[in-house]
Write a protein that binds this ligand. Structure first.
Ligand SMILES: CC(C)(COP(=O)(O)OP(=O)(O)OC[C@H]1O[C@@H](n2cnc3c(N)ncnc32)[C@H](O)[C@@H]1OP(=O)(O)O)[C@@H](O)C(=O)NCCC(=O)NCCS
Length: 127
């Protein structure tokens, strides 16, 4: 389940964000956290199952477009579809927004779209 970031999740959120290749330096990571905490159009969401195991960070470009800046899953929970579930849940939570990746998240984001197309094709061929 996708939940909104709150200050008491700061440590876990920073730990998850630090898996982004762009957030390896503590200074950069702290800047990013500050941006999510202080700027209204920057928002962090956490993926909670029993524990919090994923994070996705977005900013709104304008009324209808949203950019994904960060997406990370705890290494112990990777390759189980959590990353794709987070992207799907974000789209479902914000159905009137167009979600686009940044250069840093494009590779995975495009992979999510690809697989959705595969599913659509499978459904069509079964009809
Ligand atoms: C990217 C990430 C969030 C994927 O999370 P996940 O829960 O393992 O993803 P899913 O299980 O939903 O999907 C796995 C698929 O994504 C692919 N994938 C993983 N990381 C990827 C990346 N950086 N670029 C492109 N594809 C990627 C896997 O190869 C796998 O493909 P498959 O379905 O054909 O086997 C996770 O690997 C992560 O936290 N990486 C470090 C942070 C990062 O680099 N984020 C930006 C990614 S562009």
């Amino acid at each position: 389940m996708l939940i909104r970031y709150k200050k008491n999740f700061e440590k876990i959120a920073m730990g998850l964000l630090s898996f982004m290749p762009t957030e390896k330096e503590l200074k950069k990571l702290q800047q990013s956290m500050k941006q999510y905490e202080s700027e209204e159009n920057w928002q962090l969401f956490l993926w909670k199952e029993e524990d919090i195991i994923g994070i996705v960070g977005v900013s709104s470009i304008d009324e209808s477009n949203l950019e994904i800046h960060h997406i990370c899953v705890n290494p112990s929970h990777r390759h189980q579809g959590i990353g794709k579930k987070m992207v799907r849940a974000l789209k479902e939570m914000l159905p009137d927004k167009t979600i686009i990746p940044t250069e840093q998240t494009a590779a995975f984001f495009e992979r999510c779209d690809q697989n959705q197309d595969d599913i659509k094709e499978l459904n069509t061929s079964e009809e």
